[in-house]
Design a protein around this ligand. Sequence first.
Ligand code: FMN
Length: 184
Amino acid sequence: MVVKAVADEIGPDKVGVRLSPFSDYCDCGDSNPQQLGIYMAQSLSKLGILYCHVIEPRMLTMFERHETNLSLLPIRKAFSGTFIVAGGYNRKEGNKVIANGGADLVAYGRLFLANPDLPRRFELDAELNKADRSTFYTHDPVVGYTDYPFLENNGYHAKHQKVSQQGEAYTARGDHKPIILIQT
Ligand SMILES: Cc1cc2nc3c(=O)[nH]c(=O)nc-3n(C[C@H](O)[C@H](O)[C@H](O)COP(=O)(O)O)c2cc1C
């Protein structure tokens, strides 16, 4: 009802919904998350909304991957619009799920948080900054949110000028230790 009301008001093409039917924390576990997800996807599909974004079944808890045989495919098949997946993806797995038709788009959480230039790093297959869990959900507007370093020179020299040089990124947190090294 809420999604329908919003879609009626602003147009379904401006509405996207994110679902975590498999999540099992904060009292939100369900006895049959797969069926719940399929039902939700079918209902949202009927409303013609722009996208449905679903968290992978392996992310039962917020940040740990759990072994499971469940897949998002049945939910993907139940939704006719753009299907986005998230949860524990890296570059390789993201490319794979797109190639397999398991999703139209992949959303990255921690990797994007820790790597403000993530698309560039994926393009170069560069090393990634590691997210610092101790600074998740802090009230500081900078620490843990906008202080992760970019690749120096945006990795441009390392890749395109074929100069034998090292691109180094320095932490913005004050200790100025090189934390990324790109070898060409
Ligand atoms: C600092 C932080 C804040 C987040 N806030 C939200 C949120 O408000 N709503 C939400 O649905 N997910 C939130 N997430 C979860 C991410 O969107 C994503 O689902 C999760 O990190 C798993 O994806 P990943 O393995 O790519 O990180 C947050 C994650 C982090 C690290």
